[in-house]
Design a protein around this ligand. Structure first.
Ligand SMILES: Cc1cc2nc3c(=O)[nH]c(=O)nc-3n(C[C@H](O)[C@H](O)[C@H](O)COP(=O)(O)OP(=O)(O)OC[C@H]3O[C@@H](n4cnc5c(N)ncnc54)[C@H](O)[C@@H]3O)c2cc1C
Length: 387
């Protein structure tokens, strides 16, 4: 593994910073604050025009055949600047599954349009009774000739109101063992019978309850074989958990330094110690993320290394943002404003975001058990899910 930087990566970092300066306009920030979706169609389209969506995919898939590390560099710069990249991240996760298990027709229908910024996707796994214990999903898809009829309800479908398709995990065989009776579908969100209603989180981010009511889809919307859903979800999860939180930590450190200067506290030993710890965590998270990304040459190895990076990055973000918000005292009560951000408001916002980061993509409690089993080879405890 190569730890240094190279000129291509340095050039891309500079290019991404210029891009942010030109495209992350007050209008984009205001739209994101208004919708609660950490995605903006215009900003996403501009990223796609640069070739930054699916950049590490093969040229015949519409990508740039970049090494994954270069894609990570761009993502890190954009996320560290607070750019709306949730649609990019989620779409690429699902794209990885389509690349691996899609039919040639599905790969043609999705991958190039994704890279052109024309298709954005959402993850539809969780249900009110199936989060950590994901294999308990009850949303039903019943075959009817060449079609499937879907009925059920999902919760926390982030981007569900803005995406073109939901990557839907549904139960197709209620009589099979619970992990074996699941199948995945790419459900168009303009299908009759689909609806989304918002849930706003502590940070103001929108996620959704999504409903499927006698929704009909063709069998060509099925991704993988019937009953292969659990296996495919595990491929996608290997790409979901990783080092993205290093960028949030970097953002936190930048905001913390700015706040310390603005508040005249940059020589306060307690503030310096907190910032030093946050900077150290940011660097550790970045390296764990880079290792996870490199490990994804093998999906299994990438899954466990990504899980380690996710647990570390989210917990470090929670600790560091809590510590800096505590130091900021009343400054941290600043009301975040979409167009006139103060550094103290950014600290508060990152603190609020960090509280939910240890839940989505698998909770810290569950993921630590996964690490103990998969990295340390310990046995599965009774009644623990593998999510
Ligand atoms: C902001 C946000 C965005 C999300 N986005 C998406 C999305 O886009 N798509 C999607 O499908 N899902 C999404 N999720 C859902 C997320 O993956 C689940 O919330 C998560 O997996 C936890 O499931 P749960 O909420 O049902 O909690 P539960 O599974 O009910 O867990 C409740 C508590 O019990 C603990 N617990 C449960 N089982 C165990 C165990 N075996 N060992 C130890 N502790 C355990 C958990 O750690 C947690 O503290 C999102 C969630 C949030 C909050």
């Amino acid at each position: 593994m190569h730890f240094g930087t190279d000129t291509r990566a340095d050039r891309l970092r500079a290019e991404a910073r210029d891009f942010v300066a030109g495209h992350l306009t007050p209008a984009v920030k205001a739209r994101v604050a208004e919708s609660g979706n950490y995605h903006d169609d215009e900003f996403h389209q501009a990223m796609a025009e640069r070739g930054w969506v699916g950049a590490h995919w093969a040229r015949e898939e519409g990508g740039q055949a970049w090494p994954r590390a270069l894609s990570d560099v761009v993502y890190e710069e954009l996320a560290a600047a607070g750019a709306p990249v949730e649609g990019l991240a989620i779409t690429q996760i699902i794209g990885e599954a389509i690349r691996r298990v899609g039919t040639p027709e599905q790969r043609a229908a999705f991958l190039r349009p994704i890279c052109r910024g024309e298709i954005v996707l959402a993850l539809g796994y969780s249900e009110p009774g199936a989060g950590s214990d994901l294999a308990s999903v009850r949303t039903r898809a019943v075959r009817d000739g060449d079609q499937w009829v879907v009925n059920g309800q999902k919760i926390f479908t982030t981007m569900g109101s803005a995406a073109d398709y939901v990557f839907l995990l549904a139960r197709t065989d209620p009589d099979a063992p619970k992990h074996a009776g699941l199948t995945l579908f790419l459900v168009p969100t303009d299908s009759p019978g689909f609806s989304a209603s918002p849930i706003f989180t502590l940070s103001g981010q929108r996620t959704n309850v999504t409903y499927y009511s006698d929704l009909r889809i063709d069998d060509s919307a099925r991704l993988g074989d019937e009953g292969q859903g659990w296996e495919i979800v595990n491929v996608a999860l290997a790409f979901e958990r990783g080092g993205e939180f290093a960028a949030q930590l970097r953002r936190l450190v930048t905001a913390g330094v700015q706040w310390a200067r603005d508040a005249g506290r940059s020589d306060d030993p307690s503030v310096l110690a907190r910032l030093g710890r946050a900077a150290t965590s940011s660097e550790v998270a970045r390296l764990l993320g880079a290792y996870a990304s490199w490990s994804r040459q093998s999906v299994e190895a990438g899954a466990v290394e990504g899980t380690i990076a996710k647990v570390y990055g989210t917990e470090a973000l929670q600790r560091a943002s809590g510590s800096l918000l505590d130091a900021a005292g009343v400054d941290g009560l600043a009301n975040p404003d979409s167009t006139r951000e103060s550094a103290a408001a950014a600290l508060q916002h990152l603190y609020r975001e960090s509280q939910i980061a240890t839940i989505y993509g698998g909770t810290s409690e569950v993921l630590k058990t996964v690490i103990a089993q998969q990295r340390l080879g310990l046995p599965r405890p009774p009644r623990t899910s593998s999510r």
